[in-house]
Write a protein that binds this ligand. Structure first.
Ligand code: SF4
Length: 145
């Protein structure tokens, strides 16, 4: 199966702080599946490192209010094009990211407050009919591992 994955979960140093979110279970998927890595924020032109972003009133912003919506959404569009071209059947994305988050995201106040919601990539993938799991759920899907 072809699986789209958040590149930071594979250990790529693409997080806002130039770190990664490596998850062994995600990397292990490569033993049985073909993985397609994307980092929509970097694909849209965001730098490494970069300022944290959250979604407020439907737009991606930095903590000082700088609106970076256009570049992030451009990266999301590029990632969705790849998902379509590669015919991915599943995505495993980083939990709680405003771009890749699956069940919860931060509320746009930069206060560490989580709310129910999804990142823009997840929203786009679900609209395409692609099943999306986050890295934490993957551990409860032994059929994939
Ligand atoms: S945009 Fe997604 S892939 Fe890129 S660092 Fe954030 S969570 Fe990871």
């Amino acid at each position: 199966m072809k699986i789209l994955v958040s590149a930071c979960l594979m250990g790529r140093l693409c997080k806002y702080n130039a770190g990664h979110n490596f998850r062994q279970a995600v990397a292990d998927l490569a033993q049985k599946h073909e993985l397609v890595e994307v980092c929509p924020e970097v694909m849209g032109g965001r730098t490494i490192p970069r300022k944290c972003i959250e979604i407020r009133n439907g737009r991606f912003i930095e903590a000082d209010g700088t609106d970076v919506d256009a570049e992030v959404r451009d990266g999301v569009c590029q990632a969705l094009e790849i998902a379509k071209k590669e015919n991915v059947e599943l995505a495993v994305l980083k939990s709680r990211s405003p771009t890749c988050g699956v069940h919860q995201i931060y509320d746009g106040t930069f206060s560490g407050t989580l709310i129910d919601g999804q990142g823009a990539l997840t929203e786009g993938l679900r609209a395409l009919g692609v099943r999306v799991l986050d890295d934490e759920e993957l551990l409860s899907c032994p059929e994939l591992l």
